[in-house]
Design a protein around this ligand. Structure first.
Ligand SMILES: Nc1ncnc2c1ncn2[C@@H]1O[C@H](COP(=O)(O)OP(=O)(O)OP(=O)(O)O)[C@@H](O)[C@H]1O
Ligand SMILES: O=C(O)[C@@H](O)C(=O)CO
Length: 422
């Protein structure tokens, strides 16, 4: 393994895995650090954690455990993947985890770059934009768990870490890899180890990737990984053999616990049977994983969609009444149980929306390694669970076009196996 990645959620991990696979690396995504060694053909390993909203000590502990496993697989470089909208609270977990990983690796000049222009996220003057809006004026200000109320990444990160926070500005990035590396080293030498780097285009990200070729640790969204496969290719380290991927035939279902703007649009656009699960019903035990799976397994007229996705006012009201963590955990548990019921009932193609939701589902299903397949929409690949007859798409909250669900279901495989198929 050449590149070892730790992702702070499951959809984000598959977003990164997708970028690396498109860059020509053989990539596997793991649910937490495995007990045994990785397959010999894996060139990039992404250990997916559900650590984005954990208490920071637990997030650091899990991330270091994953890092140790990746180091044992022989990785030469390491990547900490967080959200392109920098999802975190003033306490963490991006700063504390980046700081701990840098210390463990003795890494200097640590890039901090959530930019993902293909999904509308850019970093300019140290500020994060979503489309043409500042992060704090985008839908992210209403996120159920990590409301983002400050767009200045330097200021937000400085609240989370004792390390100095630096900045490499757009004009330097435009001058290319050598200028970027020199600026990173100058920032580190001045005591600013975590360095926010501006990026507004894929060309910027490619240059930053080239500058990072000798750095031990890179942190960011999937965008800043765009240029990394090329470094390994140039060094003659990639096999060049694309990974084999095959979908799975069988019934499909969709579970959506994301309340992000894009997901709510996709829920509205879905043509097929829909079941809304409301927070009060879950908290009262009236809606359970079993009852949801029973509904979906007999639903007629298309692919069933189960969703708790709701408008910010509805989410706030539920949080006031039941507590933010409590209601989130209860909905995630029900989604996980529903997934177990659905797969037990024959579902073979499963689409989930939301990082926390996807983590709950993948953990409840006990899935180990996921093979990366073709891209469905920017940042969302088709996945196949190794050793299981199950294909998945784990969609980040704000990713995907309005008709994402229909196209995802199709990308995972056919409703029935073609005649003569094994
Ligand atoms: N109706 C609701 N009321 C309160 N909380 C909800 C409701 N529906 C979902 N949630 C919780 O909100 C959280 C949504 O986070 P999740 O990571 O799944 O989606 P997201 O943040 O949109 O996706 P991503 O992290 O990929 O951007 C989950 O913990 C979920 O359980
Ligand atoms: O970077 C992103 O936006 C996504 O991969 C993600 O992490 C959302 O959970």
């Amino acid at each position: 393994m050449l590149l070892g990645c730790v992702g702070d959620d499951f959809t984000g991990s598959s977003d990164l895995a997708n970028t690396l696979a498109k860059g020509g690396m053989r990539v596997t995504q793991y649910t937490g650090a495995p007990d045994g060694p990785a397959g010999a053909d894996v060139e990039a390993g992404v250990v997916a954690l559900k650590s984005r909203t954990l208490p920071k000590d637990a997030a650091v502990r899990q991330s270091l455990h994953a890092l140790e496993w990746l180091a044992r697989q022989g990785c030469r470089q390491f990547f900490f993947k967080y959200c392109s909208t920098f999802d975190s609270t003033p306490e963490g977990n991006i700063g504390p985890v980046a700081e701990a990983m840098a210390a463990a690796l003795d890494a200097t000049s640590v890039i901090v770059c959530p930019a993902f222009p293909a999904a509308g996220r850019s970093v300019y003057q140290g500020h994060l934009f979503v489309g043409d809006a500042l992060l704090s004026e985008s839908g992210m200000r209403d996120h159920p768990l990590t409301p983002m109320t400050d767009s200045d990444l330097r200021r937000w990160l400085a609240r989370q870490t004792a390390l100095g926070v630096g900045h490499v500005a757009a004009p330097v990035v435009a001058r290319g890899a050598a200028a970027i590396l020199a600026a990173l080293e100058a920032e580190d030498a001045a005591g600013r180890r975590l360095i926010v780097v501006d990026a507004i285009s894929d060309a910027d990200l490619m240059a930053i990737g080239a500058a990072a070729s000798g750095l031990k640790l890179v942190t960011g969204g999937s965008g800043v990984a765009l240029g990394l496969p090329e470094n390994f290719r140039r060094a003659g380290l990639l096999s060049g053999a694309g990974a084999q991927w095959r979908g799975v035939a069988g019934p499909a279902a969709i579970l959506s616990g994301s309340c992000s703007t894009a997901t709510r649009g996709q829920v509205a656009a879905h043509r097929g049977p829909k079941l809304e699960i409301r927070a009060e019903q879950v908290m009262a035990g009236e809606m359970t994983g079993v009852s949801i799976a029973e509904w979906a397994l007999v639903a007629k007229g298309g692919v069933p969609l189960v969703y708790s996705s709701a408008e910010p006012e509805t989410v706030h009201a539920a949080q006031e009444r039941f507590g933010r963590e409590e209601v989130a955990a209860a909905i995630e548990r029900v989604m996980g149980e529903a997934a177990v019921g659905l797969v037990g009932g024959g579902v073979r193609r499963l689409v989930t929306a939301g990082g926390e939701t996807s983590g709950a589902v993948v953990e409840a299903l006990g899935l180990g390694a996921l093979r990366i397949g073709p891209e469905i929409d920017p940042g969302v690949p088709a996945l196949k669970a190794e050793g299981r007859d199950l294909a998945l798409a784990l969609k980040s909250g704000n990713f995907g076009g309005a008709d994402f669900f229909a196209r995802a279901v199709e990308a995972l495989g056919p409703r029935t196996a073609p005649a003569g198929a094994p």
